[in-house]
Design a binder for this molecule. Structure first.
Ligand SMILES: O=C(O)CCC(=O)C(=O)O
Length: 366
């Protein structure tokens, strides 16, 4: 997020006021996060947000179901050959909303991938800076394992060869069964806790949050084929005609209850005529689409599991953010997902997603 150093000035902007209006202020433990993926301050209970007036929030699913005349300012994007309804705002070119783009099966598949394979090295996550590369986080959580510091076998071997006396040179963490490691200090390193602490992972070209740029020197894999195909297909309504979207990087955002993403602009990619393809999974949220400055009053809309948003061209310059997630106790609206996951053996994922939202946004970098 492009923060301002003066918080009172920030609160004077129309975008900030909308964030405050919709944000869920529950307890002193309320967490917020900024674009830099850090947590912002806690707030005392004020009754704001929790009982916010949601009547102005655009609900594209309701508009689709009503199948009637659209409210002023909202249109349908006719896109020959594209088999889903696409909505747009007439005064916000380049922004497209595809409600219910993914089936329940597809949503389950991408939730599983987001927890199981997307955080795998060489992809980096917010946990990488603390623990280095850790593998199989989801499997460890399902098996109730914990993360412990250990001697790095590679370094041990290298030291043995170099006759260095077996000195450990760098931190290395691995998952072990929890029976042998009881006690308070280990609870914070339980894999189940670490999954809850997952805030982001990056796929394809790796984004360096400290430099706010892509670091092509970092090891990376290509965007997984099935995700790339999905993004290419869904990008069509926003693509310049005759061109195909090239998925080169993706950011996966993991939101727990009370998490939010502050208003920001995504401007680190070279060609803004190509869209960001943004997939919503899990709990419903409120998404704010603002103007080119924070002074423009943003439009609020609901994003539900399976919805896809495209932002291209002029829309790339608009401030946007997520002030509010609706969780289990509060209209999370994922009955189909819950029933699908309950019928399988994904108990951990089921419990996770009841109170979480995942967003996968896929980008063409060059
Ligand atoms: O979670 C979302 O829907 C938006 C994510 C986003 O804006 C971002 O990662 O830049």
């Amino acid at each position: 997020m492009y923060g301002t150093s003066d918080p009172t000035a920030a609160e004077r902007t129309a975008f900030r006021r909308a964030e405050k209006q919709y944000k869920l202020y529950k307890t002193l433990n309320v967490k917020g996060r900024s674009r830099s993926r850090s947590r912002s301050g806690c707030r005392p209970s004020s009754g704001e947000g929790g009982g916010a007036d949601l009547s102005a929030v655009v609900d594209f699913h309701a508009l689709l179901a009503a199948d009637g005349e659209l409210p002023d300012g909202i249109g349908r994007r006719e896109c020959p050959g594209f088999d889903r309804p696409v909505f747009c705002f007439l005064d916000r070119p380049g922004f497209y909303f595809i409600p219910g783009a993914l089936s329940t099966e597809e949503q389950c598949c991408w939730i599983r991938e987001s927890l199981k394979t997307f955080p795998q090295p060489p992809n980096r996550t917010n946990l990488t800076a603390i623990y280095g590369s850790i593998s199989d986080l989801l499997i460890a959580a399902e098996n109730q394992q914990i993360l412990v510091e250990a001697e790095n076998p590679d370094i041990q071997e290298r030291n043995k060869q170099n006759n260095c006396g077996g000195k450990t040179e760098s931190k290395y963490f691995k998952f072990v069964d929890s029976e042998s490691q009881k006690g308070e200090e280990h609870r914070s390193n339980a894999a189940t806790t670490l999954v809850r602490k997952l805030r982001w992972s990056t796929l394809g070209l790796q984004f360096d949050w400290s430099k706010r740029n892509y670091d092509v020197s970092l090891p990376h894999n290509k965007i997984p084929g099935a995700l790339a195909s999905l993004a290419k297909k869904m990008a069509i309504p926003a693509m310049p005609s005759g061109e195909e979207f090239k998925p080169e990087a993706a950011i996966v955002n993991y939101y727990g209850p009370s998490d939010m993403l502050g208003g920001h602009v995504d401007d680190m990619e070279a060609d803004w005529t190509k869209p960001i393809v943004s997939i919503s999974l899990g709990c419903k949220c409120i998404f704010l689409l603002g103007g080119k400055t924070r002074d423009e009053v943003p439009t609020a809309m609901f994003l539900r599991s399976g919805d896809i948003v495209l932002m291209a061209g002029e829309a790339r310059e608009r401030f946007h953010g997520v002030p509010r997630i609706f969780t289990e106790s509060d209209q999370q609206e994922i009955p189909a997902l819950i029933s699908q996951l309950s019928s399988g053996d994904d108990v951990f994922i089921l419990e996770y997603i009841k109170n979480s939202r995942i967003n996968i946004n896929i980008r063409q970098v060059y």
